[in-house]
Design a protein around this ligand. Structure first.
Ligand code: GLU
Length: 507
């Protein structure tokens, strides 16, 4: 039997959860669920300078809203904890020291000034700072250039130091990416990355490898921006645990906005969200709206993200999470960047609103209406209204415009739409309609329409010309579902009242 499938999403708690992040979670989740595996969330918070208050909690709130909850995490617990890297701090140093002992890493005592000098002095005419790599390392202050005695002494004195990987020269580091196939790197081109920092914390490079090993991760999936780090990780796997232990990797394509890589600024500029849920930066108080606040259903967000970089090979576009679990495969994830199209995203939401049950919207619509000072007490009526208007809503706030007039008579009527063609004959028609409707034995859209048309015919009027004024009377303006369906829900009394009021206004 092969290794149990265990995947992880490993966010750094540095801010809002970006679309790309949610998609990484989703692909991890789908892969794990399909294989009957475990989905783990590990908080990578070893870079204390980037730590942002509240970001971790926010990430879990987003996952909950999206319905992508982990099997193991800081919140769920599990057998491989702690799941927050800062709480695992003590665990990493021995691995870094082992690497030093075996000649794959070294202590570096360079001061910030030394490093600054290196950047400026080595290649003065070059705009980019040179890397701390095999061409530079022998000119710096580290355990490769100092004697063993000096190094010992500095360590014993507690001198500030980091541990750097000693990247080999002229070797090839390669791996098979599940999406991209074989990817090869020339190790000479990679710098001697810091593995353990002066504060004793590991960097991402060391921590990711050690934790993927200790947490028995079978597959590691991450964004394509991490591809350049792969050679460092490959070597760490090779030196510490053996390449046969390395998880299978896949690097997901970028999500592209109108100007290349989708950025937070694109959202602000083009008016679409880039975060799952709204995020308020605790330092600046700057609030960035998310898909949730815009009025997206989580099912729609999941569906549209699944298709940003993957398809099942057919024309199908609407997938439930169950179908996605069933059909998802890493081999069908594209390697090229996937373009995010907000209009298409809204289309997905519209489709999902159409497909969702009336009842599922009840409390949301009530809350939205309450925010607009409309109190709904009749749930039966609310369900009927939702059933009638939901196909007309693209984003959840659309329910406000589409359903307010059922619960509150319109404050203004679009008189201009009626006036030019308004005449005595039409006025008499509506007066007769009120009388007819008052006597109506039932109150169903079908009979209301039949009566309407009969009275129009008797009076030699075209029903088409009467429909618009009728709509304006009931709704206030020119939108909404079928006017007889509206009247049915409004009821006899309210319909009569609105016709009366409007007749006075139309004159
Ligand atoms: N901590 C990394 C991040 O913030 C995770 C990369 C990985 O999954 O290996 O995205």
């Amino acid at each position: 039997m092969g290794k149990k499938v265990r995947v992880r999403f490993a966010p750094s708690p540095t801010g809002g959860l970006h679309l790309g992040g949610v998609r990484t979670v989703l692909y991890n989740y789908l892969f794990a669920k399909k294989q009957g595996g475990d989905f783990i969330v590990r908080i990578e918070d070893t870079d204390q300078s980037r730590f942002v208050e509240g970001a971790e909690e926010y990430i879990f709130d987003c996952l909950k809203w999206c319905g992508l909850e982990p099997d193991e995490s800081v919140q769920q617990g599990g057998n491989y904890g702690p799941y927050r890297q800062s709480e695992r701090k003590e665990l990493y140093r021995p691995y870094a020291e082992q690497l030093v002992k075996e000649g794959h890493a070294y202590y570096a005592f360079d001061t910030p000034e030394d490093l600054e000098k290196m950047r400026h002095e080595s290649i003065p005419d070059q705009p980019h700072s040179p890397q701390y790599d095999h061409t530079i390392r022998m000119k710096m202050r580290n355990s490769l250039t100092l004697s063993a005695g000096e190094t010992e002494k500095l360590l014993a004195e507690g001198a500030n130091h980091v541990i750097r990987i000693k990247m080999p020269v002229n070797e090839t580091a390669s791996f098979i990416d599940m999406i991209r196939g074989e990817v090869r790197f020339d190790t000479s081109l990679v710098d001697d990355k810091v593995l353990l920092k002066a504060d004793g914390m590991p960097t991402y490079h060391l921590a990711v490898v050690v934790d993927d090993y200790l947490m028995k991760i079978s597959h590691a999936f991450r964004g394509e921006e991490w591809l350049p780090s792969a050679p460092v990780h490959i070597l760490l796997w090779k030196y510490l645990f053996g390449l046969d232990q390395m998880p299978q990797w896949a690097h997901f394509p970028l999500i592209l906005g109108p100007n290349g890589k989708l950025s937070k600024r694109d959202g602000a500029k083009y008016g679409f969200p880039v975060f799952a849920m709204s995020w308020t930066d605790p330092k600046t108080q700057e609030r960035t709206e998310g898909f949730q606040e815009k009025g997206f259903l989580p099912e729609a967000l999941i569906n549209l993200l699944a298709l940003l970089g993957w398809n099942d090979g057919t024309e199908q576009e609407i997938f439930t999470i169950k179908e996605l679990i069933d059909k998802f495969s890493m081999e069908r994830v594209h390697s090229a960047g996937a373009k995010f199209d907000y209009e298409k995203a809204k289309w997905f939401n519209h489709e999902w609103i159409k497909r969702s049950t009336v009842h599922s919207f009840q409390s949301t619509v009530k809350t939205l209406l309450a925010q607009n000072n409309i109190t709904v007490s009749d749930d039966v009526m609310l369900d009927k209204v939702i059933g009638l208007v939901k196909d007309r809503c693209t984003l959840l706030p659309d329910f406000v415009q589409q359903s307010s007039f059922f619960f509150k008579s319109p404050e203004t009527l679009d008189v201009d739409a009626v006036k030019p063609k308004w005449n005595e004959a039409k006025k008499l028609f509506f007066a007769e309609l009120i009388r007819n409707y008052e006597l109506s034995p039932d109150w169903l859209a079908q009979s209301l329409e039949t009566n309407f048309k009969e009275i129009a015919a008797v009076n030699d009027l075209k029903p088409g010309e009467l429909m618009l004024p009728f709509r304006i009377m009931l709704v206030g303006s020119k939108f909404g579902p079928g006017v007889f369906e509206i009247a049915e829900i409004l009821g006899k009394e309210e319909t009569g009242k609105r016709i009366h009021t409007a007749l006075k206004i139309f004159g």
